[in-house]
Ligand binder design. Structure first.
Ligand code: OGA
Ligand code: NI
Length: 400
């Protein structure tokens, strides 16, 4: 059977003129993916392709679909749900919360906190922090700023719609839309926030000031968390900072519109984050779940809290002591849900250095030999961008 597979010209980013349809003979498209996730489609019918193209050309995202009066979830967003994936979770599993109060003044508290952080990173790969030092007004204004961007007139949003990854501010829906077509019910405004932030003129005026302020605050918190993570591994406090883990920040302002048929689609399907660490700010709607002991556990919205998760590269550097776990966001018939994900990693290939990242030597021994190879960020990113959002870990090809 002949199927169609879409290729993008990376040189021009994601312009529809660079989109080529190439005939491939099945099963080639799944050749590198021996165990495809049930919810992801790698080959696409011509109908689906034209649906995706007209969605992309609208440049107004999922929000634009609703604005046009559509009341059903269009087929390109339909996800093949595996029934075992939605089984009820054990409500006795308490998602870890870490209180950072007094960690700089009370050394006994700090020891306790480092201990909690170490077990959360080892067992869950996720935890929430409270009393982290960022004012709740800043968090609320950041969520509001992202909402203002997504809720302004479609013509205004369109001006920012872009697929060029080198651009410092861009609006898009589904970062990997044409690669995997597991279209998610979600729109995004992305900022390459540090170390070379966009200039004021590049920023949408509705959220310019707060994005600049939030970037500074979240980077400061990131440095604190990296210190706790270093201490949790028995390394000197500044270890991860000196490895430049807190240098590059990529901020995604996610907007999950209310969904008329939530059982047919997802806000974001199962994935791990390909970075050192992520700090997530979520509103009160809920829907984020993490895979823990083979069950999907809700990350309960806690007012004023931030969610921290370990990314793939920290799992690699800690040789699996800290884990980068699968998570996803369910669609809901209430909304919109707004979240802000800050990725500590450089997502701009042209800015990558030749610095090598691999399992930390101090953590290795004869009983604990390295299980990953050393890699550069450029190699990691190239692999990341080449792959679809296919439900497999980005770490798999890096295992020795
Ligand atoms: C992500 C992510 C979760 C959320 O952007 O990688 O997992 O709650 N986001 O938006
Ligand atoms: Ni994520």
């Amino acid at each position: 059977m002949i199927r169609y597979h879409i290729f993008l010209s990376m040189a021009t980013g994601f312009s529809l003129h660079s989109l080529h349809l190439t005939k491939l003979h099945s099963p080639n498209p799944t050749m590198h993916n021996p165990k495809p996730s049930p919810r992801v489609c790698h080959t696409h019918s011509p109908n689906r392709i034209s649906e995706v193209i007209s969605f992309e050309e609208s440049k107004t995202g999922v929000k634009g679909i609703l604005e046009s009066g559509v009341t059903k979830v269009p087929p390109m967003f339909h996800v093949n749900l595996d029934p075992t994936d939605t089984s009820p979770t054990d409500s006795s599993l308490a998602f870890p919360i870490v209180d950072l109060r007094d960690i700089d003044t009370d050394s006994a508290r700090r020891v306790e906190v480092v201990d909690r952080v170490q077990s959360a990173c080892h067992e869950w790969g996720f935890f929430q922090v409270v009393n982290h030092g960022i004012d709740v007004e800043v968090l609320e204004e950041m969520l509001d700023g992202i909402r203002r961007f997504h809720e302004q007139d479609g013509e205004e949003r369109k001006r920012f719609y872009c697929r060029e990854k080198e651009k410092k501010v861009r609006y898009f829906s589904n970062g990997k839309l044409l690669r995997d077509m597991a279209a998610h019910w979600r729109d995004t405004i992305a900022f390459v926030a540090n170390p070379h932030p966009p200039n004021a003129a590049e920023m949408p005026h509705v959220c310019r000031d707060i994005v600049t302020e939030y970037t500074k605050k979240v980077r400061g918190l990131g440095i604190t968390i990296f210190e706790l993570l270093s201490e949790a591994l028995g390394l000197k406090s500044s270890y991860f900072k000196e490895m430049d883990c807190a240098e590059a920040l990529y901020i995604l302002g996610q907007y999950y519109p209310q969904c008329p048929e939530p059982e047919l689609t997802m806000g974001i399907t199962k994935h791990t984050d390909c970075d050192f660490m992520t700090i997530l700010l979520q509103d009160q709607i809920g829907g984020l779940q993490v895979l823990h002991q083979n069950q999907w556990v809700d990350v309960p919205p806690v007012h004023g809290a931030l969610v921290i998760n370990i990314g793939d590269i920290l799992q690699l550097m800690t040789n699996d002591r800290f884990i980068s776990v699968y998570h996803r966001v369910l669609s809901k018939n209430i909304g919109p849900r707004i979240s802000v994900a800050t990725f500590f990693m450089n997502f701009t290939i042209s800015e990558c250095t030749s610095k090598l990242y691999g399992p930390i030597k101090e953590l290795l021994s004869e009983e604990n030999p390295p299980v990953y190879m050393d890699v550069t960020m450029k190699e990691i990113l190239t692999n990341y961008y080449a792959r679809g959002h296919d439900g497999n870990s980005y770490l798999r090809p890096l295992r020795l």
